[in-house]
Ligand binder design. Sequence first.
Ligand code: FAD
Length: 395
Amino acid sequence: MMKLNPKRVWVPGPLIVGAGPSGLATAACLKEKGVPSLILEKEDCIASSWKLRTYERLRLHLPKQYCELPLMPFPPGFPTYPTKQQLISYLEAYAECFSIEPLFRMEVKCAEYDPSIGFWRVQANDLEFICRWLVVATGENTEPVVPEITGFSDFHGRVLHSSSYKTGDDFEGEKVLVVGCGNSGMEVCLDLCNNHAHASMVVRDKLHILPREMFGVSTFGLSMWMLKWFPMNFVDSLLLFFSWMTLGDTEKHGLLRPKVGPLQLKSTTGKTPVLDIGTLAKIKSGHIKVVPGINRFVENGVEFVNGKQEGFHSIILATGYRSNVPSWLKENEFFSEENGLPRVQFPNSWRGKNGLYATGFTKRGLLGASFDALRIAEDVARHWNVKTKHFPLEF
Ligand SMILES: Cc1cc2nc3c(=O)[nH]c(=O)nc-3n(C[C@H](O)[C@H](O)[C@H](O)COP(=O)(O)OP(=O)(O)OC[C@H]3O[C@@H](n4cnc5c(N)ncnc54)[C@H](O)[C@@H]3O)c2cc1C
């Protein structure tokens, strides 16, 4: 990195925005190809999503072999589903191994391609970074999504997004309403229940719930294996049959299944099936209540869409996240302004125009991020030459 004047910095290799797993993987793959890069990170640490915005009991949802970053496996002693702390320690060792040193507290507020010079201009704090390649690694899950519900200010209890939820200890003895029934909502309910809180879960939409493992094998791994041999709709039928054998009829407990199978739904809409780690048993035993959508908040609780009111001490919004790309990237050909994701889908979502790349936007978790990182490094390395390492223009 070379300073042109106190406010402008020339970055010889790619500039990567975000020091989560995707940004780190890309920097490591580039380094292996001999290409230097620079990461800008808005927080003061790597893997900030995992360190700052996740609950204590979180473990990887998928087996470890599907979550390793390129070039460095997990330590052999890690369990099949590493804990959040184990993942963080792995990512720290990863950054150290590849000597990745992001610039922290550098929030990118604007990035724009300047066709007059053929470079990207990237603003962070009071600096302007100039680079030939820009890698967007800010994540699909950056901004918490908070739904608009009437009467929000009328409610006297506590309301928080699941990104601020740490542990069920904080809710012991309380009646808690969890809004949302994805993997986070289900796990938060289970954690509340295990910590002697009384959890109810809002289920508005149909969803696929599958056991995390079938016959001692991870459902994810089994699906990937079956997809090599059979068409998707057949694999879906098998998954639903095995789930019915293991979990029983989920519809009896208010969890209606979509007509489209779990893998087909994932591939067409990106909607991930819930991998059950014990929540369903608590629903069956009546420890977790399934309730309908919310109509409005009232002073001591909520009114549901069926008109019934119920009191709650706390409400946890497990209502998901969205990408923040449209707020800072001045480009709308490759990235959609609407959802902040690449308009083209996996496996082509990693490369845009004019040296723009995206990593970690495949809806395929860490496996997808690793795929992107390897492709990006190969592509940049092809263009990387001695000339670009030197200062190319007079500013
Ligand atoms: C609860 C939960 C569990 C998950 N479990 C799994 C799992 O088991 N297996 C799996 O494969 N995937 C899992 N995922 C999905 C995904 O793999 C993770 O979210 C992963 O952290 C994504 O990595 P990322 O680097 O793309 O994004 P992030 O980890 O979100 O990192 C993005 C980084 O960019 C920074 N940033 C954002 N905007 C700016 C800006 N303007 N300027 C500078 N920096 C910025 C952020 O501070 C952050 O550090 C899970 C996700 C969640 C939410």
